[in-house]
Ligand binder design. Structure first.
Ligand SMILES: [Zn+2]
Ligand SMILES: [Zn+2]
Ligand SMILES: [Zn+2]
Ligand SMILES: [Zn+2]
Length: 272
């Protein structure tokens, strides 16, 4: 009895002689086996350098080995978007995790605006826009420098004389930093008005005397664009002290201005 039989090669179908005693009889003929071997090549893992077997038929041959791939995937984690609460992918290799998802970033792209007080350009960040929307606040109208100036209350308005002899009212914050200047002027039509300028000399508003239809006098301040920024009226307190009540302004709140006297006898106006 012959101990040999034949089997067909899986690739080309030719006869392969197989001995009955072989544990792992070949499925391919010698030349097909060589052809298949030629389809494979070696590449080193981009992360660790380990050699990987790559087949020529693969569309997207891997650049990193399996264990490095797992390590890279383990670096990803999820954080909550501060805007919509949706989940965002974050990587442990990044210095700071992202705060907002792409959607929130796109719909609140940084806005370049000019400061309502000094005219300087500033950018309203994605975070500020989202925070304002969430809290129902208005977008900032003043640049960070001016916001800082206006933070320190009470304000103090002092009547001063310039070196040209003109009267100027200068308003300082509680730190003594100049916020704005006001000068009385007469328009072409003979109307008296007071012009307010910021630290840089840019006109930030004009105050005119007005009367309500009941005849009560009040002052109205308009911005450079002609919009009403604030209105104020003279009032007398319960104790008989005169003060000025004003509403409006960037913060849209009511302020009270009183005339105060310093220990040197100098009068100034204080706004709270
Ligand atoms: Zn073959
Ligand atoms: Zn690797
Ligand atoms: Zn979001
Ligand atoms: Zn400013």
């Amino acid at each position: 009895m012959s101990k040999w039989y034949t089997r067909s090669c899986e690739d080309c179908g030719c006869d392969i002689p197989i001995h009955e005693d072989w544990d792992n009889p070949p499925k391919l003929c010698k030349s097909c086996k060589e052809d298949r071997a030629a389809q494979w090549y070696d590449r080193s893992c981009a992360d660790c350098g380990t050699s990987m077997r790559i087949h020529r038929d693969w569309d997207n041959p891997p650049k990193i080995c399996k264990s490095c791939k797992e390590k890279r995937e383990a670096k990803w984690y999820e954080v909550r978007c501060n805007g919509c609460g949706g989940s965002i992918k974050a990587n442990r290799d990044w210095d700071t995790p992202p705060k907002f998802c792409k959607n929130c970033k796109d719909s609140n792209a940084p806005k370049d605006v000019s400061c309502a007080h000094c005219g300087k350009g500033f950018t309203i960040s994605v975070g500020t826009q989202i925070k304002c929307k969430q809290s129902g606040w208005k977008m900032p109208k003043k640049c960070p420098d001016c916001r800082e100036l206006f933070k320190h209350k009470p304000f103090k308005t002092v009547k001063e004389t310039t070196f040209l002899g003109n009267t100027v009212y200068r308003t300082y914050n509680s730190l003594g930093q100049l916020i704005s200047e006001s000068r009385d002027e007469t328009t072409f039509f003979g109307n008296k008005q007071r012009r307010h300028t910021g630290q840089t000399g840019k006109t930030v508003g004009i105050t005119r005397e007005k009367k309500t239809f009941l005849g009560t006098p009040y002052r109205e301040m308009t911005g450079p664009d002609g919009s009403v920024k604030s209105r104020s009226r003279e009032k007398t307190s319960f104790f008989g002290n005169k003060y000025t009540e004003s509403e409006g302004g960037a913060s849209n709140t009511t302020h009270k201005t009183t005339t105060e006297t310093t220990w040197t006898g100098e009068k100034y106006r204080k706004t709270e």
